[in-house]
Design a protein around this ligand. Structure first.
Ligand code: HEM
Ligand SMILES: *[C@@H]1O[C@H](CO)[C@@H](O)[C@H](O)[C@H]1NC(C)=O
Ligand SMILES: *[C@@H]1O[C@H](CO)[C@@H](O)[C@H](O)[C@H]1NC(C)=O
Ligand SMILES: *[C@@H]1O[C@H](CO)[C@@H](O)[C@H](O)[C@H]1NC(C)=O
Length: 317
């Protein structure tokens, strides 16, 4: 745990499975057949539920993918982001402004109820969330990710401060992201670009763009993007009413897990600061070009990264 403190993104997220240890078990106590004997129907219940929720509200896939990221980034994948407990003395995880826009948490509650009916008190919410997120990716047209299970839930949320530190700043720049991802977590720039491809789904509110647009951030927008930024500023004026209500799709196909995020970025239309910067910076532009080409290259890198990358975020143990 102590390693996590002060680092941004150390855990990355749960879909990134640990490597196999002795006897094919992941090194952190999780396993691919964790519920095979005790609750064999768990994967089917989650998948059927996610299909149903997504057909009623197609924004569910994006919401759940972001949700697992925010759960795992803060104290490991322990279901803490689902807790609403309020303390008189201090603010809790969900009070962090970094969790603004988190939505559809009730989906996990409802899936949990179905699973409790089938196999009481066996399956953690943290595992349900991980399964729901991998189904979200598949339902949206992305790869099917094999995930190990066996996480345990926390009963107390993490503090607001832990969330403030653990979740990325909206204005994080490439230099900082590279430092954290490559130097501290040991993943490559290509892998960093691939996980940011999660922004192929969903939306941002004006709130996610304010520093970028009004230069509290450190990345200045080049002239080639001036028109686009002018448009964004018009829709999201500083101090305007729409900060927490007006949304932009993160790419032109926000419900499809495709490579349009990269095409969009290369067209100078990246939304969040890092989306825009990585698409133009000489360090990463060629990776974006590779991912933008027709075919499944992006999806295959995303998949193999998720399945092979070692994470310490196994659970709340
Ligand atoms: C590393 C730097 C990252 C930054 C700065 C960042 C920032 C943001 C911001 C500001 C939003 C908009 C939230 C809103 O206004 O509702 C967003 C949405 C989203 N993010 Fe990220 N994010 C990052 C990485 C990731 C990663 C690694 C994932 C992987 C799961 C991810 C998945 C998503 C998804 C799916 C959405 C859409 C959510 C929805 O439509 O409800 N993000 N992100
Ligand atoms: C889904 O998100 C879009 C914004 O991209 C919004 O206009 C729409 O109302 C949302 N649908 C539901 C069912 O919440
Ligand atoms: C810029 O930073 C100042 C001081 O930290 C803050 O009050 C202001 O809201 C920020 N502006 C935006 C657009 O976030
Ligand atoms: C990137 O962000 C860090 C703070 O997170 C800042 O110290 C640094 O100056 C920024 N670098 C560039 C090139 O803007």
């Amino acid at each position: 745990m102590d390693l996590v403190v002060g680092l941004v993104f150390l855990a990355i997220f749960a879909l990134f499975s640990p490597p196999l240890g002795a006897k094919g078990l992941p090194a952190n106590g999780l396993s691919y057949d964790y519920y095979h004997k005790t609750c064999p129907q768990v994967e089917k219940i989650v998948r059927d539920s996610m299909n149903a929720f997504s057909s009623v509200d197609p924004n569910t896939t994006a919401a759940i993918l972001r949700l697992v990221f925010h759960d795992c980034q803060v104290g490991g994948c322990d279901g803490s982001v689902l807790l609403n407990i309020k303390y008189p003395q201090h603010q809790a995880e969900m009070d962090s402004p970094k969790n603004f826009g988190i939505r559809r948490r009730e989906v996990i509650d409802e899936i949990k109820s179905k699973i409790e009916a089938a196999c009481p008190q066996l399956v953690s919410c943290a595992d349900i969330l991980v399964l729901a997120a991998r189904d979200a990716v598949a339902i949206a047209g992305g790869p099917t990710i094999n995930v190990p299970l066996g996480r345990r839930d926390t009963t107390v949320p993490h503090s607001r401060q832990e969330a403030d530190v653990g979740l990325p700043r909206n204005e994080v720049n490439l230099t900082k992201a590279t430092q954290v991802f490559s130097q501290e977590v040991g993943i490559t720039l290509e892998e960093t670009a691939a996980i940011l491809g999660a922004h192929t789904l969903g939306v941002t509110h004006c709130d996610g763009l304010m520093e970028r647009l009004y230069q509290n951030g450190t990345v200045l927008t080049p002239r080639s993007e001036a028109e686009f930024v002018k448009y964004l500023k018009k829709v999201c004026p500083e101090g305007g009413q729409g900060r927490f209500t007006t949304t932009f799709n993160l790419d032109p196909t926000p419900r499809t897990f495709d490579n349009k995020y990269y095409v969009n970025g290369l067209n100078g239309h990246g939304l969040i600061a890092l989306d825009a910067e990585m698409a133009r910076d000489p360090r990463s532009v060629n990776i974006f070009k590779k991912f933008a080409r027709p075919g499944c290259f992006f999806q295959s890198v995303f998949l193999s990264f998720c399945e092979n990358y070692y994470v310490r975020c196994a659970d709340g143990r």
